[in-house]
Design a binder for this molecule. Structure first.
Ligand SMILES: [Zn+2]
Length: 175
């Protein structure tokens, strides 16, 4: 890991205020930092896909502040159109947990899930989905915006520019 810009900002705040002050003061800021932190791990997975000649999409599953699964798109490697990063991540996470539901988990993925993956995520009962770039052509919100469970929290646009830049670079090189 070359970047370290998501280390806890409280260490460097220079205000002399205690860490607990910041935690209590602005829980929403903490959440944003965490979302970016975990999205960077998903981006690392996307870069691994890139290096293999796979469309660079990566995902991680987080349960109680711990990454329990990491995955990236493997459609070329496995010769399987369903081998999207999210599907790999859900399978890895349920293998880790030993149960088929992800009710206490958050899935981070660099690109908006497609309808297939959104369906898989519905079945998984994942509690929160965070994605980076919007998929203007194949995103679930274009085709089936209500497919996810109403209780599933969805956050979009986290590190969007970095997530989409990687995809653009991949397709630019392929032209
Ligand atoms: Zn998908």
């Amino acid at each position: 890991m070359s970047r370290n810009d998501y280390s806890p900002c409280v260490e460097e705040s220079g205000t002399g205020l205690s860490n607990s002050f910041w935690r209590k003061r602005d829980a929403s800021m903490t959440t944003i930092l965490n979302d970016e932190y975990y999205m960077r791990h998903a981006l690392n997975e996307a870069r691994m896909a890139f290096d293999k000649g796979e469309v660079p999409i990566g995902a991680v599953v987080v349960c109680r502040d711990r990454i329990i699964a990491r995955a990236h798109n493997l459609t070329e490697t496995l010769n399987d159109v369903t081998a999207h990063a999210e599907m790999q991540a859900v399978t890895a996470a349920t293998n880790f947990l030993g149960g088929k539901y992800l009710t206490d988990c958050t899935l981070y993925v660099t690109l908006e899930p497609c309808p297939m993956c959104a369906g898989g995520l519905l079945w998984s009962q994942v509690s929160k989905i965070v994605y980076g770039a919007k998929d203007e052509r194949k995103g679930y919100s274009l085709f089936s915006p209500t497919i996810l469970h109403p209780k599933t929290t969805i956050v979009s646009g986290v590190l969007e520019d970095e997530c989409s830049a990687l995809l653009k670079e991949f397709f630019r090189q392929r032209r």
